[in-house]
Ligand binder design. Structure first.
Ligand code: PLP
Length: 405
């Protein structure tokens, strides 16, 4: 890397004076745990996605846990999902002592292949957990119809999809209405908006929302905000096993500022994705991400597929040597050590496409502050790295042919 060129990260949160001021306001208020800021963030988030209820959580993993628990997933049950996701998707199923049942992804994208779901369903299936991977909405209409037909609840892992949209009954709607039964969001810094760590559950079902609020705070019948504000002495009860999955007011205050920025951030990311596609088109053999007609991504991640002859690690290293960070595409949960145990999962279909996507895809830098010259640097470095790797692959093949002859 030449010293004049700065490093290009794969992602970068947009945090400024507004967030700092919000945190300051909360600190000086003296109330820092779940309280009025969390309540306001929930109202604003619900309004933004068009949900009846939004319940803030400590992160998306805990949100997934409570979503699965709310629809009744318990020991020995099965949940149909993908292996091609972040490990938290399936871990949440295992927190319920249930078994993740994996199906493969589509051949032209990185989301669940909805046509494979029905062959994974058994009498023990208690939920379908679909993922809007990399911020790209999955074929939710198809998933929801399958759920209805089999009377199985649909939970959306929308960790990456804050601000993504789907065409629903002829109208563009935000992911999180929820179109399934419950949607789960993440505010980790690697996502489009952040609260440090944080999550949100949205649903149209008031009973689910009531359970989330109870379970996130130890199963306590009265919140501390209510007890604190009461003129009467209140004794709380704990009738059910609960958890500490609260978001703090510090996080929520930051989240409210992030939510104000979100439309602009998503617009900027869409512009960058479009500019990437224009520039990358001319790299032979590279597959670019594409939105289905009915989906608008927030471009949480911009994932490209390298030609089969090109070594992923070599390309990533060449870029890193020039100060450009990339990441391997989405992981496959079933290939991790934590999933090597006998009953840790079941594969209902071949997972070939999932495995091949992990081996041939890379995530390119994309952040709202990215400049045209940053992008040009990434594109030209990638073009050279792919050409170089292709030449390498050809000469390796020649050497093999010579050895065989
Ligand atoms: C990031 C992510 C999660 C976990 O979110 P946390 O807020 O870090 O718990 C779950 N599922 C997917 C698909 C993710 O990308």
């Amino acid at each position: 890397m030449s010293s004049s060129q700065s490093t290009i990260p794969v992602a970068k949160p947009v945090l400024g004076e507004e967030e700092a001021e919000a945190a300051r306001r909360v600190i000086l208020s003296g109330w820092v745990t779940q309280g009025p800021e969390v309540a306001a963030f929930e109202r604003e988030f619900a309004a933004f996605v068009g949900a009846a209820h939004a319940c803030a959580m400590s992160n998306c993993t805990t949100a997934l846990h409570l979503a699965l628990k709310a629809v009744g997933v318990s020991a020995g049950d099965e949940v149909v999902t993908v292996s091609h996701s972040f490990i938290a998707t399936a871990n949440a199923v295992r927190y319920c002592d249930a078994v993740p049942v994996f199906v493969d992804i589509e051949d032209d994208g990185y989301n669940i292949d909805a046509s494979l779901i029905e062959r994974a369903i058994t009498p023990r299936t208690k939920a379908i957990l679909c993922v809007h991977q990399l911020g790209m909405p999955c074929d939710l209409r198809a998933v929801v119809e399958i759920g209805k037909r089999h009377q199985i609840p649909v939970i959306e892992d929308a960790a990456c999809a804050t601000g993504s949209e789907i065409l629903w009954d002829g109208r563009w709607e935000k992911i999180g209405k929820a179109h399934g039964d419950i949607a789960c969001f993440s505010f980790h810094p690697r996502k489009v908006v952040t609260t440090g760590d944080g999550g949100m559950l949205t649903t149209a079902n008031p009973e689910y929302d009531r359970k989330f609020r109870l379970w996130r705070q130890h199963g306590m019948s009265v919140t501390d905000a209510v007890r604190h504000g009461s003129k009467q002495v209140i004794f709380e009860d704990y009738d059910e096993l609960g958890y500490n999955y609260r978001m703090t007011d510090l996080q929520a205050a930051v989240g409210r500022e992030q939510l104000r920025r979100l439309p602009e951030l998503v617009a900027q990311r869409r512009l960058l994705a479009e500019q990437y596609c224009e520039r990358l088109q001319t790299i032979a053999g590279l597959s670019l991400p594409a939105e289905p007609r009915w989906a608008r991504s927030n471009w949480q991640s911009f994932c490209v597929r390298l030609p089969d002859t090109v070594d992923q690690r070599a390309v990533m290293q060449t870029l890193l040597d020039q100060g450009i960070s990339t990441r391997r595409g989405v992981m496959n949960i079933h290939l991790e050590g934590a999933y090597s145990g006998e009953s840790s999962y079941r594969a209902a279909t071949s997972l070939m496409r999932s495995v091949s996507a992990q081996q041939q895809t890379i995530i390119l830098p994309l952040y709202a502050q990215m400049t045209v010259s940053d992008m040009d640097r990434v594109v030209e470095a990638l073009r050279a790295a792919v050409a170089e790797a292709a030449v390498g692959a050809v000469s390796a093949q020649r050497a093999k042919d010579v050895a065989v002859a």
